[in-house]
Design a protein around this ligand. Structure first.
Ligand code: HEM
Length: 396
């Protein structure tokens, strides 16, 4: 049995060689005698995600709602719902995230991306995470939730609280998480009430109106869903945009081509999603003994499905360790998951990345990183720079 320290600094800095070695030598292994199982092969991960009965999302709910917290609305939302309930909830929220909903947002996302890119390029040396990668999805989610701009600074507090729930070990951290969740609940209640009285052309009003077979979202399910959007849509997209800037700096040969060829820009984004996926691992709980790649994982085990490893599995992608925009099977990466819980915000995330990249590349000739070492967010589950000091070189 392998004893692995997935949080060791050298693994955090570069998890890929370590995961590749595991993928070769023990593709299904227990992380420690009482602990979780780690699954690293693409094929095994897809099979698990296609089987939500035996690989239940209760694994994620357990992490998001530890005993000290009491209730966390996002832990009992769409992303953790069992298949039958999930199907009903997903149908109710799908339309708001489909083609029409996204078309309604496109002009706004473009305008926000252009404003932020103009400001950042004017300042030239910026922390890209703070000034662009976080600012863009924050403004988009803020708009979708119907939050007044004055509340935007609070989104950082709420987002951080949601992200650190499973790592909040001290009483101070736990108190902060509880307070942030209560504060967020209060704001969301006010917004729901105001949209109920006076509907707008926005997400909350759409969700209040949504109806399938005479059924509507209950007030509780609506709150849970809005809670989910913060961890699901904010940090993930921030990390995608941060990783994108990093790869513009590391691979300047793609800058000109991505500026002049829209298809190449899209390929570039997809390759960043595969190569440095913002969510590196998904969590499931086995509801019965299951055989995975020849190994039995007992009932009641926490299973970590490593998207980071699966996206570089040589059985699925040729030359997986090379950054190759436009590669074969490039959209088959698992960055957005697979199966019933496949990311609801895929179109939105891709749109933010595409319009963000366009806004930047129409103003800059390149990105230079001002620090050799990237300071990654310390986490097994997410991948993105915590800060990214860069120089944005304006177009002549
Ligand atoms: C689910 C990734 C952006 C909303 C997921 C899952 C992944 C993922 C891997 C599956 C979770 C699981 O199976 O346990 C990403 C990435 C994003 C992104 C990498 C950005 C680059 C967004 C955005 C939104 C969003 C912008 C909405 C504003 C959701 C929701 C779910 C989900 C609601 C749950 C879907 C369900 O259970 O049916 N996302 N996401 N995501 N994502 Fe995203």
């Amino acid at each position: 049995m392998a004893r692995l320290n997935l949080l060791a600094p050298e693994v955090q800095a570069n998890p890929y060689p370590f995961l590749a070695e595991l993928q070769r030598s023990s593709p299904v292994c227990q992380v420690d005698p009482n602990g979780a199982w780690l699954v690293t092969r693409y094929e095994d991960m897809v099979a698990a995600l296609k089987d939500p009965h035996r690989f239940s999302s209760e694994g994620l709910a357990l992490l998001a709602e530890p005993p000290w917290l009491g209730s966390n609305p996002s832990a009992r939302s769409l992303v953790t719902a069992e298949p039958v309930r999930h199907g009903k909830l997903r149908t109710l929220v799908n339309r708001a995230f489909g083609v029409t909903g996204m078309a309604r947002l496109e002009a706004l996302v473009r305008q926000l991306a252009e404003e932020l890119a103009t400001e950042a390029v004017l300042r030239r040396e910026v922390d890209f995470v703070e000034e662009f990668a976080f600012a863009l999805p924050r403004a988009v989610i803020g708009h979708m939730l119907g939050l007044d701009r004055s509340v935007f600074p609070k989104l950082k507090r709420w987002g951080t609280a949601m992200a650190v729930v499973s790592a909040a070990t001290t009483p101070e951290m736990q108190a902060e998480v509880r307070d942030a969740i209560a504060e967020m609940g209060h704001y969301l209640d006010e917004i729901i009430e105001s949209r109920r009285r006076e509907p707008h052309e926005d997400l909350v009003s759409d969700l209040l109106r949504a109806e399938v077979d005479g059924q509507q979202l209950s007030r509780e399910d609506l709150v849970r869903f809005l809670f989910l959007l913060l961890p699901a849509g904010l940090e993930t997209t921030t990390n995608l945009l941060g990783n994108m800037a990093m790869y513009l700096a590391r691979h300047p040969e793609h800058v000109e081509k991505a500026r002049t060829d829209k298809a190449h820009a899209v390929n570039f984004i997809e390759e960043v999603l595969r190569f440095e996926c913002p969510i590196q691992a998904l969590f499931r709980l086995t509801s019965t003994d299951v055989l995975v790649g020849g190994t039995t994982i007992p009932q009641g085990s926490m299973v970590i499905l490593s998207s980071a490893a699966a996206n570089r599995d040589e059985r699925q992608f040729s030359e997986p360790e090379r950054f190759l925009p436009g590669r074969e099977k490039q959209t088959q990466h698992l960055a957005f998951g697979h199966g019933i819980h496949f990311c609801l915000g895929t179109q939105l995330a891709r749109m933010e990345a595409r319009l963000g990249l366009e806004a930047l590349l129409s103003r800059i000739q390149g990105v230079v990183m001002k620090r050799g070492e990237v300071q990654w967010i310390p986490s097994l589950a997410v991948r993105g720079p915590a800060v990214l000091p860069v120089e944005l070189l304006p177009l002549a």
